[in-house]
Write a protein that binds this ligand. Structure first.
Ligand code: EPZ
Length: 420
C-alpha cells in the first residue's frame, strides 16, 4: 500500500490543469447502457472510481476502451444485468447502473452498496423513484432485483431528509428516458454533474426539460442513440487547488476550470479575504491580507458543497479566530477532525457543527486517510505544516484526484509517494 510524504512550508506557485469531473463521468458511463450504439466520452479522468465503473460495464458484456482521457463504449447487445457485490462494494456510485439496466433490459440485479465512513447513505429514494415508474423491486441476498418491461412515466417527489439526492436523480431520470409517457421529478438535484448528464442524454436523443432547475420533465422515447461528449471540469478538484494555493499563501492559476460551477464556495473564500480572478477560464488565486474566520453550512447545490467541507476545515485551522462548519448533508462527515488534531489543529465537534480555533502553525505528523475528501484535507494541512507529514491509505485519494502529487510538485510542493 502507498503513502504520501509531504515536507511542508513551500508556497505553491504556477499553473495547474484541471481534469474531467469524476462525479459526471460515473453516471454518464452508466447512461451508455441505455443504448446499443457507440458512445465516446472525452476529458475522462484516470481515476480508480472510473476504472471500477469500466469494470462494471465490462462485467455486463459491454466493450470498453480507454486511451488517455478518451473512453469508447460499445454496448451493442450486452447481455448481462448483474452488477456484482465485489465491484459495487468498492464504489457506491455503481448503484447508478440500476436505472439504465431496468429501462433498457427490463431487468437488473444490483448489489446494495455497503456502509460508508462519511455516514449513513440510504438508497430509499433510488428505489422509490424506480418503483414509481412501475418496476417491481425486491431485495434478495444483498441484491436489488428490479423487473419492469413496461415502465410508465409519472410524477415523483424525490426529496429526502437532507434535500435532493444527486445519484437518485440520475438513476430515476435515466430510467424515465425510455419509459412510456412523461415523468416529472420534483426536488431533483441540479448539480453541474446532473446538468452534464442531461446534456449527454439529450445528445443520445432523450427529451428532458428543466436543465439547471429542481423540476425535471422527461418525455420517454422508444430508443436512444450513441453520442460523443466532453465531460465538464471537476469543480471539487478546482476548489481543492484554490485552497491549496490559499493555505500555502501561494499564487496559483488554475486552467480548464468553470468558475460558475463553484458559486457559493467563491463567495465564502472572498468573504475570508481571498482575491480570486477569472481571466478567460484561467482562475488566479492570491492573498493580499490576513484571512478572516467565517461560518459555512453545507447544502445541496447551489449551496456550499459537502465535498469541500474537509478541505475548508484545513484552511480554517490555520486562519486566526473562530470559524464554524455545519454539515447538513452527512452530519457525521468528520473523520478528518481527529487527524487534523494530530497535526495541532484545535477543532471541537458539537453534533453536526465543528468549531475551529485557528492556530499559528500546524506540525507534520503521521496521519491516516479515511475517505476521499478527508485525505485531500490532510494533504492541504501537510503542505502548510512544519516538518514532515506521512499520509497512509492514500488509495482513498486515488479514487478522485488524478496525479495529485505530480500536479502539486509542479507547483513547487515537496510531496512524493512511498510504499508503506
Ligand atoms: C453524490 O453522492 C456524490 N457522489 C458525493 O460525492 C457527494 O458527497 C453527494 O452527491 C452530495 O453532494 C457522486 O456523485 C458519485 P446524495 P450521492 O444522494 O448521490 C441522503 C465524493 O467525494 N439520501 O445526493 O450518493 C444521503 O444520505 C462523493 O466525490 C437519502 O436519504 O449523494 C445524504 O444525506 C462523496 N436517500 C443526502 O441524501 C437516498 O436514497 C445527499 O446524498 C439517497 C440519498
Amino acid at each position: 500500500m502507498d503513502k504520501l510524504v509531504i515536507e511542508g512550508g513551500f508556497p505553491l506557485k504556477g499553473e495547474v490543469e484541471i481534469s474531467g469531473a469524476k462525479n459526471a463521468a460515473l453516471p454518464i458511463l452508466a447512461a451508455t447502457l441505455l443504448t446499443d450504439e457507440r458512445c465516446v466520452i472525452k476529458n475522462a479522468p484516470s481515476l480508480r472510481d472510473v476504472s471500477t465503473m469500466l469494470k462494471i460495464l465490462r462485467s455486463l458484456g459491454v466493450k470498453v476502451q480507454m486511451q488517455n482521457s478518451r473512453i469508447v463504449v460499445t454496448p451493442s447487445g450486452y447481455n448481462k444485468c448483474v452488477a456484482p457485490y465485489k465491484l459495487v462494494s468498492t464504489m457506491r456510485a455503481s448503484i447508478c447502473v440500476l436505472g439504465s439496466l431496468v429501462a433498457k433490459k427490463g431487468y437488473a440485479e444490483v448489489s446494495i452498496p455497503g456502509g460508508c465512513v462519511i455516514g449513513p447513505r440510504p438508497i430509499d429514494l433510488h428505489l422509490k423513484g424506480i418503483k414509481s415508474l412501475g418496476a417491481n423491486i425486491q431485495i434478495k441476498a444483498g441484491y436489488i432485483i428490479a423487473q419492469g418491461k413496461k415502465l410508465k412515466g409519472c410524477h415523483i417527489y424525490l426529496g429526502g431528509p437532507f434535500g435532493s439526492s444527486v445519484l437518485a436523480t440520475a438513476n430515476v431520470m435515466m430510467a424515465a428516458t425510455l419509459s412510456k409517457g412523461v415523468t416529472i421529478i420534483e426536488n431533483a438535484a441540479c448539480e453541474p454533474e446532473i446538468v452534464d448528464l442531461i446534456d449527454f442524454l439529450t445528445k443520445m436523443g432523450a427529451k428532458i426539460k428543466g436543465r439547471n432547475s429542481h423540476i425535471l420533465e422527461i418525455e420517454g422515447v422508444k430508443r436512444l442513440g450513441g453520442a460523443e461528449h466532453t465531460l465538464i471540469p471537476d469543480r471539487i478538484e478546482v476548489g481543492t487547488y484554490i485552497l491549496a494555493s490559499a493555505i500555502t499563501r501561494g499564487q496559483v492559476s488554475i486552467k480548464g476550470a468553470r468558475l460558475e460551477h463553484l458559486g457559493v464556495l467563491i463567495d465564502k473564500l472572498k468573504e475570508m479575504g481571498l482575491t480570486i480572478a477569472n481571466d478567460d477560464g484561467i482562475i488566479s488565486v492570491k492573498i493580499t491580507k490576513p484571512l478572516k474566520p467565517i461560518n459555512v453550512t453545507t447544502l445541496a447545490y447551489p449551496g456550499f458543497p459537502t465535498d469541500m467541507q474537509a478541505q475548508m476545515m484545513a484552511l480554517m485551522s490555520v486562519t486566526e479566530g473562530i470559524s464554524a462548519v455545519t454539515e447538513k448533508i452527512y452530519p457525521e462527515r468528520f473523520m478528518h477532525v481527529s487527524e487534523l488534531g494530530r497535526m495541532g489543529a484545535e477543532i471541537m465537534l458539537e453534533g453536526p457543527t465543528a468549531i475551529i480555533k485557528g492556530v499559528r502553525q500546524l506540525s507534520g505528523a503521521s496521519v491516516m486517510a479515511s475517505d476521499l475528501r478527508a485525505s485531500a484535507a490532510l494533504v492541504l494541512a501537510g503542505l502548510v505544516a512544519k516538518g514532515r507529514t506521512d499520509i497512509s491509505r492514500v488509495y482513498h485519494l486515488d479514487r478522485g484526484y488524478e496525479k495529485i502529487e505530480e500536479k502539486l510538485s509542479r507547483l513547487g510542493a515537496k510531496i512524493w509517494r512511498e510504499k508503506e
